[in-house]
Design a protein around this ligand. Structure first.
Ligand code: MSP
Length: 678
């Protein structure tokens, strides 16, 4: 019997000690794009993501936040999930390592390793890096971790050990026999060199803290967090379950086709993980793909460096597709790449608003205007020109090049190939001047117009189908406008020139990528500053209660600050709400801030004092109009500096429409200055 191809792809599971940023979003959306293309090609696809919730690092973060590890993990895991949902990530499962199905599977794996004689008890004395959850070859208390440079801690414990040293030759043979296992090549060489330098047995339990999965039969120990975490790839699809359906699922999807990871965790995935699997006699993953880092302001974006950018900021201002397109087009996959708001807005305007957006709106509007929204018949004879054939050939080249490059993880080049078709068709339209042909009388001209617009619409259909995995929302919209229904139902294997149904009726035509104005960069920069300076200490706060995407048309509140810890269902307690001090203020003075289009400097009387507040409302309000007006102020925010001016509080405003226009909150009745809102 013919077996349908299957494809199982995973992201790393993310630590819950920090809230998600676009570095995490990057890996997840790359996998999402790959999974979407596979599904369009008819492949039985399973896409897994999730959170890594055990270990000393999480236990300490929870204590620092005054929470139990479970509460803490619940909150941050919910924040990751909420972000991925908001990003429209179509994962098939989201695993949490604190779930019973996972714990059971990990214990099963541990028992298997034990039964097969790969585990022994011994004493570990040496250095441990809690940040990387890594045993390191450093000497002496406080010696720096060779991976991250942080001081290591001396650990002296009776532990369970895994006989990793016995696997060195087997691993080297594996890398040789399965050269595609580790990509890119540079990372493969790094792994080979590491294994050749000698492998020591690995401690796979800890006994000095409690936050982990107990070693079966020895509750004094918890299982080492990396053995716990790596197992998620198996436990999520049913490994270790007694349920028949779960076992079948594991048989069906395992081994994973792709483990997608950031380059810093290659050793865990290409040395420890295959060794554990070989020892347990479980088939090995087909590939581990390590991408580079997203840099911001020259260094790796990370919470510790304090240089993170949140995906929500980009989504709020430019939408999901803009973030996806930028990350896949601008960053050469596999290498480190810089993120900047300027480059993002530039790319958005040139490639999306100008190139694809224009192609779509011009073509569809002209079909609407000249053919009453019905796809016209191309003429095969008199009105046919060589330029029409050239577009067809270019479309065929785009189909083949896009597929090859994308499937080889060269996303940027794949998109270049698709955009070279977009540019050609835009040029074709400029040269063929359909708007002038439309003015001319006679059947010949009418046929010519039909051919030009059919050619352009068919090329648009092809680009739309190709780039759907990268731009799922806007391409679904263009597809509808082309009158083609649900794009996710389209069989990509059948894509070829000439399938646009003649006489098909177009859908409602709406612009897909409104141009981003000059203020977009400033708005995003300011949103990041506000989020960084005003979010509550709980890492869960921002994503869990983040405002909905402006693309959805839902106004998002301007107060993104002082976000209290949310429970997994997104609710907060009244106590949390009451921590936010909201007061009625009277604007005494207002002026523009030099060099910042959006900012006003206000002096606001809140009864007990006059506060200086810098507010991003200058595009909506003239300073003079604000003097004497009563506003609502968040009064207990930590002060922050904007453009060198200290801001003490935040003015509450609704954020309306796609542009997020601020509209100040106010009262119908008169209220005394300083009154508290609750
Ligand atoms: N929990 C472990 C992984 C266990 S997998 C069995 C872990 N978690 S993490 O939260 O630190 O996430 C690491 C992953 O997030 C990276 O491998 C990468 O996929 C992604 N990224 C985090 N910061 C990133 C950048 N600045 N740039 C690119 N990817 C980034 O390690």
């Amino acid at each position: 019997m013919h077996k349908a191809p299957k494809f199982y792809i995973t992201t790393p599971i993310y630590y819950v000690n920090a809230r998600p940023h676009i570095g995490h979003a990057y890996t997840t959306l790359v996998c999402d794009a790959i999974a979407r293309r596979k599904r369009m090609l008819g492949v039985d696809t399973f896409f897994l993501t999730g959170t890594d919730e055990h270990g000393q690092k999480i236990e300490r973060s929870a204590t620092a936040a005054g929470k139990t590890p479970q509460q803490f993990a619940d909150e941050v895991s919910a924040a990751f999930r909420a972000l991925f949902d908001r990003m429209n990530i179509k994962y098939d499962d989201f695993i949490r390592t604190t779930e019973p199905r996972h714990q059971q599977g990990v214990q099963e794996l541990f028992k298997r390793l034990q039964k097969k004689g790969h585990i022994y008890k011994g004493t570990y004395t040496g250095q441990y890096c809690v940040f990387d959850e890594l045993y390191v070859d450093a000497t002496g208390p406080g010696a720096p971790c060779p991976e991250c440079g942080r001081p290591t801690e001396t650990v002296s414990e009776d532990n369970y050990f895994f006989k990793l040293s016995a696997f060195a030759d087997k691993l080297l043979k594996l890398y040789e026999e399965q050269p595609d296992l580790i990509r890119p090549e540079a990372r493969r060489n790094e792994v080979i060199a590491f294994v050749k330098s000698g492998l020591r047995d690995l401690s796979i339990s800890r006994s000095t803290f409690k936050w982990g999965i107990p070693v079966p039969g020895d509750r004094k120990h918890v299982i080492y967090v990396w053995l716990d975490a790596l197992s998620n790839y198996c436990t999520a699809i049913g490994f270790g379950s007694e349920d028949k359906a779960a076992q079948e699922k594991f048989k069906h999807y395992w081994p994973a086709d792709v483990h997608m990871i950031g380059k810093e965790i290659i050793r865990f995935h290409c040395v420890y993980w295959p060794a554990f699997l070989m020892a347990a006699e479980i088939p090995l993953p087909k590939s581990v793909i390590a991408h580079g880092w997203l840099l911001f302001e020259e260094s790796k974006m990370s919470k510790t460096r304090g240089n993170i950018v949140r995906a929500e900021t980009v989504i709020d201002v430019l939408g999901n597709d803009a973030l996806r397109y930028f990350l896949l087009r601008e960053i050469v996959f596999g290498q480190d790449g810089s993120f900047s708001f300027d480059a993002l807005v530039q790319r958005y305007n040139s490639d999306l608003a100008n190139d694809l957006g224009n192609l779509s709106s011009r073509t569809l509007t002209m079909i609407g205007r000249y053919f009453d929204g019905t796809v016209p018949y191309p003429s095969a004879t008199a009105a046919h020109k060589k330029a029409d054939d050239t577009v067809k050939q270019q479309a065929e080249i785009a189909i083949s090049e896009f597929g090859q490059l994308f499937d080889d993880y060269q996303f940027s080049r794949a998109l270049e190939a698709a955009w070279s078709l977009v540019s050609s068709v835009n040029k074709y339209l400029v040269e063929q001047e359909p708007w002038i042909v439309a003015e001319r009388e006679g059947q010949e001209n009418r046929s010519r117009l039909a051919t030009i617009l059919y050619t352009s619409a068919e090329a648009l259909r092809i680009v739309t189908a190709l780039v759907h995995p990268v731009l799922p929302e806007s391409t679904a919209n263009i597809w509808q406008q082309l009158g083609l229904g649900d794009i996710t139902k389209f069989d990509l294997t059948s894509l070829k020139w000439g399938q646009l149904p003649l006489s098909g009726k177009l859908g409602k035509i709406t612009p897909v990528f409104p141009r981003a104005d000059k203020s977009a960069v400033e708005r995003m920069t300011q949103m990041e500053q506000e989020r960084n300076h005003t979010s509550a200490p709980s890492p869960a706060a921002a994503p869990a209660s983040a405002a909905p995407a402006s693309q959805s048309g839902t106004p998002s509140p301007q107060v993104t600050s002082a976000q209290p810890a949310a429970t997994p269902d997104g609710k907060i307690s009244i106590d949390d709400f009451l921590k936010v001090e909201l007061r009625v203020g009277l604007v005494k003075a207002a002026e523009r801030v030099k060099g910042a289009d959006r900012l006003l400097r206000l002096e606001v009387d809140i009864g007990t004092e006059v506060r200086q507040v810098v507010a991003g409302i200058a595009l909506a309000y003239e300073p003079e109009a604000l003097v004497g007006r009563k506003v609502v102020l968040v009064a207990n925010l930590q002060p922050r500096k904007l453009r060198g001016l200290e801001s003490n509080g935040m003015i509450v405003a609704a954020s309306v429409g796609e542009e997020g226009k601020p509209v100040l909150a106010g009262f119908l009745e008169d209220v005394p200055v300083g009154a508290k809102l609750k």
